[in-house]
Design a protein around this ligand. Sequence first.
Ligand SMILES: [Fe+2]
Length: 232
Amino acid sequence: MAKRYLNERVLIFNDVHLPYADEKAFRFLSRMKVKYNPDRVICAGDLCDFYAISRYPKDPNHPDSMAQELKKVRSGVRRLAKIFPDLILTMGNHDDRYAIAYSSAGLIHDMMLDFGSIIGAPSGWKILKSTEDFTFIVNSTREQVSVAHHRGINTSLVSQRLGRTFIAGHTHTKAQIVGHNNGIRTTYGVNSPCLISYHGSPFSYAKQSNINPIKGCTILLDGIPRLEILKT
Ligand SMILES: [Fe+2]
């Protein structure tokens, strides 16, 4: 991607939960790519669901084995890789499920396949552990921005503590930007909207709660966030 020092654009999306993504998510992300021509693309975690190896009680009617789910995950990754051949992924708690299953079996890290190989990620995808924030400097303002899947639901508070803009996924049902000006700079805490479909997914139980996911992505324009909402 070409480097720019003004009008820097970053596209952040999260909580796709492959293979349980909203079917409109791929076209939506393609549209966002055309609209913003981002310098940087970040997936803020829960790219995959790994429902079949969840430790939680499962729906006995759920049809997919892990083999079937992984096949669909890889297909989703291929579709995303066509849109974004270069991407930074900060892993989420669902992406971590395979590693938890490994360690539950007594395997150590050196015996595990890496996440990128499991999901068939292209070479242009840089994958960071869920314990790592991804922090970068906005070229036009020289200020730092951090992105992580989840480090407290209250991203405004995290942003104030860090003294920089902080963007997180994880919440699914909350999409908001809260600004804070400490007299020196304005920083933002962002709960970025998701791209999962609760319909027919392991999250279908949540539909009964009358709280539905808010879908979309976050765009940073010269360090200032805005939300793009996918109308469903
Ligand atoms: Fe999630």
